[in-house]
Write a protein that binds this ligand. Sequence first.
Ligand code: URA
Length: 259
Amino acid sequence: MRLDKFLAQSDLGMRKRVRDYVKDGCVKVNGEVIWEPAIEINESSDVIEYLGKVIVYTGKVYYMFNKPAGCVTARKDAVNKTVFDYFDNENMNGIFHVGRLDKDTEGLLLLTNDGEFERKLMDPQNHVEKTYFFWALGSLDKEDIKQLEQGISLGKGKIQTAPSKIEVQKNGLYKEFEQEMASENLCNINQNYYNLPAVSGYLTISEGRNHQVKRMLKAVGCYVLYLKRVSIGALKLDDSLERGQYRHLALSEDECNEV
Ligand code: URA
């Protein structure tokens, strides 16, 4: 494994920072100062030191987090709670979030120190599917569904989205959904909406454009009131995780490849 990868996966800091440690001469391999962050080391047999301390290899770490609405997917934020504020009891050095969810979006967010895993999930060429449950003002007829499934033009630049999958759960009136949706889940509750059409369902996309689900639904006349990511590839959000809770994912090499 590369030295910089080993260091980043050993709670020492992000890849960029640990490279600087090496370039500053702070890292020894088997007693010898090493200046090249990209050299290959053997994590089982080589002794790696940082400023005279032997580094214990943490290995790859994966977390499944049920992101609540109201927290931002960022390391630091002057105003809002961040995803990392929910991991107070963990050493989060070198850990990053895989992709982002909007502040008001809930649900499955993965965190890891495994850059390859992140790249695999995020690279649009890999077409990893992400499924979102939505609840929106508006309705979806056959033509809208066809457009969403085929790919739809977004915004001024008229970007065409890749084909998506849609499963409408219910078309009805806003007031009919009130019983089904816990009110704390809903943003923009407004009694004036009561007799307006509303729709719920699942949209599965294989890209990760900014606000993509909201924009796709808006393009067919639906205004999203609630959004929750329920799966990424083969990984489904664990139902037992309350909002704001996380758990370790013990992913084997094979499972990482299958996601
Ligand atoms: N699409 C959105 O519109 N928002 C998200 O947070 C994720 C996907």
